[in-house]
Design a protein around this ligand. Structure first.
Ligand code: ATP
Length: 341
C-alpha cells in the first residue's frame, strides 16, 4: 500500500494552465475519485501521477519517495484507460497472463482467481477478438489488476460500456479494491460512480481543486456553489438573495419569493441561498411562495419546477397547481464569491 502526495502540482500547456497548484493527499489503500466536468484537469492530474506527463511545477511523492525522476515503467502503477488496451490476437487467458509473464512471474493460480473475480472463467480460452466492449473493458481491468499494483489508476474506465454493465462494474471494482487494498485513483465525470465507489471525492473545476471529502461531506456540506450545483441530479437550488441579520441568526430576503426562516450564523449583504431539491417540502403556511410551472414524472420520483426552484418528490405525490408555499429543508449559505459561509 502506498499513499500519494501531490504538493503544489501544476501543469501548463504553453500559455494555458490546465492545473493550478494542487495539494492533495491520497491515503494508503484509499479509493479516491477525481470528479469534475470535461476539461477540468482530471486526466492531466492522473497522467502526471502515472508519469505520462511531466509536471510544470510541484512534486509527486509515493510514500516518502519523490517520483520526479522516476519514469512511468518504474513507478509500479497499474493504469486502465477509457479505451481498453487488449491484445486481440490473444485469448482472454493470454491477455490476463501477459504482464506477469513479461515480469518473469509464473501466473500460477492468479489467472484463474482473477477470471473468477471478474466473471471471465468461461471465456478464458476464447480469442479476445469478437468479445463485447463490456467484456473487453472487464478484461482490461483484470489485466492490470492481476499485477497487484500498489497504486491503481483508472481513467473513465466505464464510460464506453452500457448502463446496465456499468452498474455491475461499480460493485465489482469496489470489491476488487477492497480485496487488494490498493490505493486507487479513479477519474470520472459521473457523480454516481464517484458517490457509490469512492472513500473520498476530489471535486475539480477549471484546473482548480474545489473540495475534497467523503461523498456525504461534499454532498451535504459543499465548499462552494460549483460543488453544490455539480453534485445531485438535479443539483442544489441556488437563489440569489440578501442576508439580513436578526439577533444571532440570519434571514435571507429572496425578493418576491419571500423571507427565509432564520439560519444560524452572522452574514450580511448579497448571498446565495442553497437547498437540495429532495429536501423541499410543500407547506401552505410557509412564507416562501412560488408557482408550480412544470411537473416531470420520472419513474419512481417526480421533479416539480417551482419557477427557478426544483423539488423532488416520490412519484405518487399529488402536486397542487398555482402558487404553493414551500420549505427548503437544510439550507446552505454562500457568500458573494460563491464560498460557503
Ligand atoms: P476530459 O474528461 O474531457 O478528458 P479532463 O478533466 O480529464 O476532461 P484534461 O484532459 O485533463 O481534462 O484537460 C484539461 C485541459 O487541458 C483541457 O482544457 C484540455 O484541452 C487541456 N489539455 C490537455 N492536454 C493538452 C495538451 N497536450 N496540449 C494542450 N492542452 C491540453
Amino acid at each position: 500500500m502506498t499513499a500519494i502526495h501531490l504538493q503544489g502540482l501544476t501543469k501548463r500547456f504553453g500559455p494555458f494552465t490546465a492545473l493550478q497548484p494542487m495539494d492533495l493527499e491520497i491515503r494508503d489503500g484509499e479509493f479516491l475519485a477525481l470528479l469534475g466536468p470535461s476539461g477540468c484537469g482530471k486526466s492531466t492530474t492522473m497522467n502526471m501521477i502515472a508519469g505520462m506527463e511531466k509536471p510544470t511545477g510541484g512534486r509527486i511523492l509515493f510514500g516518502d519517495r519523490d517520483m520526479g525522476a522516476v519514469p512511468m515503467a518504474r513507478r509500479g502503477v497499474g493504469f486502465v484507460f477509457q479505451n481498453y488496451a487488449i491484445f486481440t490476437h490473444m485469448t482472454v487467458r493470454q491477455n490476463l497472463d501477459y504482464g506477469l509473464r513479461m515480469a518473469g512471474v509464473d501466473p500460477g493460480p492468479r489467472t484463474a482467481a482473477m477470471a473468477e473475480l471478474l466473471g471471465l472463467t468461461d471465456l478464458l480460452d476464447r480469442p479476445s477478438q469478437g468479445l463485447s466492449v463490456n467484456i473487453l473493458q472487464r478484461l482490461a481491468i483484470g489485466r492490470s489488476a492481476i499485477m497487484e499494483p500498489a497504486i491503481f489508476l483508472l481513467d473513465e474506465p466505464l464510460s464506453n460500456v452500457d448502463a446496465a454493465f456499468r452498474a455491475v462494474m461499480r460493485t465489482e471494482l469496489k470489491s476488487l479494491q477492497r480485496q487488494f487494498r490498493q490505493t486507487m485513483v479513479y477519474v470520472t465525470h459521473d457523480q454516481l460512480e464517484a458517490m457509490t465507489m469512492a472513500d473520498r471525492i476530489a471535486v475539480m473545476d477549471h484546473g482548480v481543486l474545489q473540495q475534497v471529502g467523503t461523498p456525504l461531506q461534499v454532498y451535504n456540506r459543499p465548499a462552494n456553489t460549483f460543488v453544490a450545483r455539480f453534485l445531485g441530479a438535479p443539483g442544489m437550488n441556488l437563489l440569489p438573495g440578501h442576508a439580513v441579520q436578526s439577533g444571532s441568526a440570519v434571514q435571507v430576503d429572496l425578493g418576491p419569493i419571500g423571507l427565509t426562516p432564520p439560519l444560524p450564523g452572522p452574514a450580511s449583504g448579497p448571498v446565495t441561498y442553497g437547498f437540495r431539491p429532495e429536501e423541499v417540502t410543500l407547506d401552505p403556511a410557509s412564507p416562501l411562495k412560488l408557482p408550480v410551472t412544470h411537473v416531470e414524472r420520472i419513474g419512481a420520483r417526480c421533479i416539480v419546477h417551482l419557477g427557478p426552484v426544483k423539488a423532488v418528490f416520490p412519484a405518487g405525490t399529488e402536486i397542487p397547481s398555482g402558487v404553493v408555499g414551500f420549505t427548503p429543508g437544510k439550507p446552505c449559505l454562500f457568500d458573494a464569491k460563491g464560498g460557503r459561509i
